[in-house]
Ligand binder design. Structure first.
Ligand code: ADP
Ligand code: MG
Length: 340
């Protein structure tokens, strides 16, 4: 019987898939476009993301995972099914075993939903392993998680920021806040609306954040011309915005993320705190790429902060490594039991 073992990082912004023995095979935005009339899926991933905010009334483009958890179960399951099919290139395997990441703070109901989505996508219930995201992120960032020395990882995604301290291969303390990349985009939308009387979409907000956004002033920071709808007369208009005003607009949200890090540090056993002071904090997830975030976090916590290599890939790299280590036997299940 043919078996394929696949790992999935089902993120609120991006879904990545790896196959045992092959490595990462797919990176796509977690977006689905479907027909309003009959729920038929028209597109997933990049193609669907391009439709956000541009669809006619007959097509709906959504991100089925909001704030880190499954907001729309059926759409998530349909998306997962498409992605798995795509990752396997339509090859027919009689059995698929899936290792899938869940945020550390998920409730029983939420993790059940992830599992059920994987079942709907074709895996049998006994062939699904859930692994905590911060652990996968830490492994993927190359941290020595199996050591008795503590390490801290902060994964900043689209919907959630996960802060965790790990030691001896397990999570010691973790904190998950629903403040991450999306909230930064929202802060930019609100700022442009208030200060420039203009309405912009979430994709434009994300572009602004990535092109000129920062947590700290940086060299060569400039301005950007953006287009949207004038709230006064409803007509299209363009305005010039500065990196400084965008930084100001995002400041509160960034503070909330750093506060979560502080809170986790306060809850960390002293021996492990000492380790973290020596080793520093490692940032993963797309949010880690925000200019100056590492520097600001370091100033605010007094601890060195490093951005992992390829932060967007850390979770799937870690999942891939864990996948290589397991053969889906009872033993591995038992170790991960509390996350099932
Ligand atoms: P998730 O795990 O929730 O799917 P990701 O780790 O894929 O999230 O990160 C996606 C988030 O990272 C999005 O909010 C995106 O806007 C943000 N992001 C990606 N690149 C950058 C960048 N260069 N600067 C700031 N934010 C970024
Ligand atoms: Mg993620």
């Amino acid at each position: 019987m043919f078996t394929r073992d696949i790992g999935i990082d089902l993120g609120t912004a991006n879904t990545l898939v790896c196959i045992k023995g092959k490595g990462i095979v797919m990176r796509e935005p977690s977006v689905v476009a479907y027909e309003a009339r009959n729920d038929i899926v028209r597109a997933v991933g990049t193609e669907a993301k391009e439709m956000i905010g541009r669809t006619p009334g007959s097509i709906i483009a959504v991100r089925p995972l909001k704030d880190g958890v499954i907001a729309d179960f059926d759409v998530t399951a349909a998306m997962l099914k498409k992605f798995i099919k795509q990752a396997l290139h339509g090859s027919i395997f009689t059995r698929v075993r899936i290792m899938i990441c869940v945020p550390a703070g998920v409730t029983e109901v939420e993790s059940r939903a992830v599992k059920d989505a994987a079942i709907q996508a074709g895996a049998s219930p006994n062939n699904i392993l859930l692994i905590p995201e911060p652990k996968a992120a830490a492994v993927g960032a190359g941290l020595p998680v199996d050591d008795s020395t503590g390490c801290m990882v902060v994964d900043i995604g689209g919907g959630t920021s996960e802060v965790a301290v790990l030691s001896l291969g397990d999570i010691v303390t973790a904190q998950s806040v629903r403040v991450a990349g999306d909230k930064l985009d929202e802060a930019i939308i609100n700022h442009i609306r208030k200060m420039h009387n203009m309405l912009i979409g979430e994709r434009t907000a994300e572009e602004i954040k990535i092109s000129i956004g920062s947590a700290k002033p940086y060299e060569g920071e400039g301005i950007m011309e953006i287009k949207g709808r004038n709230l006064v007369d409803g007509l299209p208009k363009s305005v010039i915005i500065s990196a400084a005003e965008i930084r100001e607009a995002m400041a509160d949200t960034i503070k909330q993320i750093i506060d979560a890090v502080r809170l986790t540090l306060e809850k960390t056993p002293p021996e492990l705190s000492a380790d973290i002071i020596d080793r520093g904090i490692t940032l993963t997830g797309g949010g880690a790429l925000l200019r100056g975030l590492d520097e600001l976090m370091s100033e605010e916590t007094g601890i060195p902060v490093y951005v992992a290599e390829n932060p967007l890939d850390c979770v799937i790299i870690g999942t891939s490594k864990e996948l290589e280590r397991t053969d889906f036997t009872e033993d591995y299940f038992r170790r991960l039991k509390k996350y099932r």
